[in-house]
Design a protein around this ligand. Structure first.
Ligand SMILES: [Zn+2]
Length: 315
């Protein structure tokens, strides 16, 4: 019996009991029905005289409230909680379909994968029934809407992603591609006019919309020097250019996994303000125009936040 090394915040709150020898072979994903930090979630659980094994805050941090060896009090049922790890997931908005941010979703998939690996759960199953699933819903056990429409509809996706990771068939991050950005416009028509001109000159073009601006790019290049050469030619022809990675077009810098970076705008990809505790962060993952940043604390790298590339710079 162990606990997840993904945990960034540990607050054991009690409100748990013995599993009485039952093996962990189920996972129950709940939603918080609120946009909560890990700290607030802990308070809410105490107020309800409840608990959960893990929680994921609205900023994507992973917290632990009950040791995996203990039965959490989360799903209003001895039958399921005695054999389950339970996870409370913060929403990104209150009400509606009770959505969850993409970053929190990715953290959830990481956490569930880790739980499966350590507890010998070889594969995750979900067919919408108790008997045919080892990923369960709170609403199967109590009169509640938990995990809410958004998260509930994501169960098949979560199962698919976790199983891919468990099978080791996770596709590696694509190589960094460089593009040359030639212009950025508020009006799409202006961007299209530039595209037309470039096409006539034999360039392949991409039109991307980033932060409300239409950006015209050409490329892509696997080798940065080739992108630089093209940029030089276009510059000589009078274009205002710079080299960027992939399609994000929002940053003059190109980043890769392992780069040391610092935030220039302290906000995560969900729009939540961040507090910077470390002088420098390391990129552990790049997804399009977003990067997952890790901090090094006591010689260990822990995930800190997901940020847009435009909000960070190289250290
Ligand atoms: Zn629930």
């Amino acid at each position: 019996m162990s606990n997840s090394s993904l945990v960034q915040y540990r607050r054991l709150i009690g409100n748990c009991s013995s599993r009485q020898g039952n093996k962990i072979d189920r996972i129950v994903i709940h939603h918080c029905a609120g946009v909560l930090s890990l700290e607030t979630l802990g308070n809410v659980l105490l107020r309800r005289t409840g608990s959960c094994t893990y929680g994921i805050g609205s900023d994507g941090r992973i917290g632990q409230y009950v040791d995996e060896s203990m039965r959490p009090w989360t799903t209003s049922s001895w039958e399921i909680d005695k054999r389950a790890i339970t996870i409370e997931v913060s929403n990104s908005e209150n009400g509606g379909s009770w959505p969850v941010s993409d970053y929190v979703m990715r953290r959830l998939i990481e956490l569930v994968t880790d739980i499966c690996k350590r507890n010998g759960i070889k594969k995750l199953y979900f067919d919408g029934t108790k008997a045919g699933s080892n990923l369960h819903m709170h609403k199967w056990y109590a009169s509640t809407a938990c995990p809410g429409p958004y998260l509930g509809a994501k169960f098949p996706y979560i199962v698919e992603q976790v199983n891919k990771k468990l099978a080791g068939s996770d596709t590696p991050a694509a190589d960094v591609l460089y593009r040359v950005q030639v212009g950025a416009f508020k009006e799409k028509a202006n961007a299209q006019a530039l595209e037309k001109k470039l096409k006539a000159d034999g360039y392949s073009t991409y039109l991307v919309n980033v932060g409300g601006l239409w950006k015209v790019q050409t490329g892509a290049f696997k080798i940065k020097s080739n992108a630089n050469n093209t940029a030089a030619i276009l510059k000589a022809a009078g274009y205002d250019v710079y080299v960027t990675t992939a399609s994000n077009g929002s940053s003059a810098e190109s980043f890769k996994v392992g780069d040391q970076v610092v935030p220039v705008n302290l906000v995560n990809t969900s729009g939540v303000r961040l507090t910077q505790y470390d002088n420098v962060y390391y990129i552990s993952e790049i997804n399009g125009d977003k990067a997952v940043l890790q901090a090094e604390r006591s010689g260990k790298r822990i995930t800190w936040a997901e940020m847009y590339l435009k909000d960070i710079k190289k250290a």
